[in-house]
Design a protein around this ligand. Structure first.
Ligand code: AKG
Ligand code: FE2
Length: 332
């Protein structure tokens, strides 16, 4: 006999959940309350604490869905929440400067923080986007070919901050605007699906410390010397993955072949999701890589605009790199 729940589960189509209107309205009320309540600077510990507290008042069915996702990110290693409130009637022009972040609370930034706090701890890196908790992912003029989120050429598949010992467990991307042509696809490729396309021999090579991943230039000397690591770790039948197809380097020819095989397998199982305004993709950064297809920005204030947050489960694990117990990881 199934146990009676006080509420029905949100209907789930594979890994996408569309928030019903009453839930959307409830999320919007909470977010607006958070915007109205001083202080408004997002990175102020008082604001972050209020966001954490209010996240407990999100609709029960949404919290249940997030709880299940945290337990198991499924075969795709991601969940897509649709129809979140982003106050689009009040949306300013898409920012177009490098390093753009959200400093003051807005409805979308609050929604992102509220959801993030129901999964784990919101955190950021001092060396990236000035350590802001809510960051803009926007195309920047002159950076079209940059291998980072300011670019608009295809962004190669990566585990976020793969070089870092305290890399995010989850990357959350909330869409405020899509590109003019509805072309930009968030690509997500999960190791769980890719594994079936790899031979035992290749998996064995990928499980050995035959690779190094460099820190991005922005991390500078703080990145330290890259230590050899495996691309697949943990359970042999359900491993974690750690690779960035721009900054991970194999240490020998056999390792290089295996890494290329993994790349082919990941491409075979990769899903492209064209995010619509109000869509929030949360990618399990231990199980899945992500990237982005190319698109054509116009720099007219209506370009593609995502807001991004990083989430960590074991907050204690990064304590040594978070001076004063704050949410910003220093160096690595
Ligand atoms: O633009 C995107 O869809 C993803 C960009 C990205 O990889 C990131 O912001 O971490
Ligand atoms: Fe990324």
């Amino acid at each position: 006999m199934p146990i009676d729940l006080p509420f029905p589960s949100l209907t789930d189509h594979a890994d996408a959940v569309t928030l019903p209107a009453p839930e959307r309205a409830q999320v919007e009320r909470i977010a607006r309350g958070l915007v109205a309540r001083p202080p408004r600077p997002i990175d102020d510990p008082v604001w972050l604490e209020a966001a954490m507290t209010l996240s407990a008042t999100l609709p029960a069915r949404l919290r249940e869905r997030l709880r299940r996702f945290r337990h198991d990110a499924g075969q795709d290693g991601m969940v897509l929440l649709r129809n979140l409130p982003i106050a689009d009637e009040a949306l300013p022009p898409t920012p177009n400067v490098p390093g753009s972040v959200q400093r003051l609370a807005t409805v979308p930034a609050s929604v992102l923080a509220l959801v993030a706090f129901q999964i784990g701890e919101l955190f950021a890196f001092r060396e990236e986007k000035s350590g802001a908790m809510i960051q803009d992912v926007v195309p920047v003029p002159g950076m079209e070919h940059y291998q980072g989120n300011a670019g608009s050429a295809a962004l190669t598949m990566h585990v976020e901050n793969a070089f870092h010992v305290n890399r995010p467990d989850y990357v959350a991307l909330l869409c405020l605007r899509n590109d003019h042509d509805d072309l930009a696809g968030l690509e997500v490729a999960c190791a769980r699906r890719a594994l079936h396309h790899l031979s035992e021999r290749v998996r064995a090579v990928l499980s050995e410390p035959r690779y190094v991943t460099a820190a991005p230039a922005s991390f500078g000397a703080a990145g330290g010397a890259a230590r050899p690591h495996a691309l697949l770790t943990g359970s042999q039948e359900d491993p974690d993955v750690r690779v960035d197809y721009t900054s991970t380097r194999p240490l020998d020819g056999v390792a290089a072949e295996a890494m290329a095989e993994l790349g082919r397998a990941l491409r075979q199982v990769s899903r492209s999701v064209v995010l619509r305004p109000g869509d929030l993709a949360i990618v399990d950064n231990r199980l899945a890589l992500h990237g982005r297809s190319d698109f054509r920005p116009r720099y007219d204030g209506r370009d593609r605009w995502l807001q991004r947050a990083f989430i960590q489960l074991d907050y204690r694990a990064s304590r040594a790199l978070r001076p004063g117990g704050g949410r910003v990881v220093h160096g690595g």
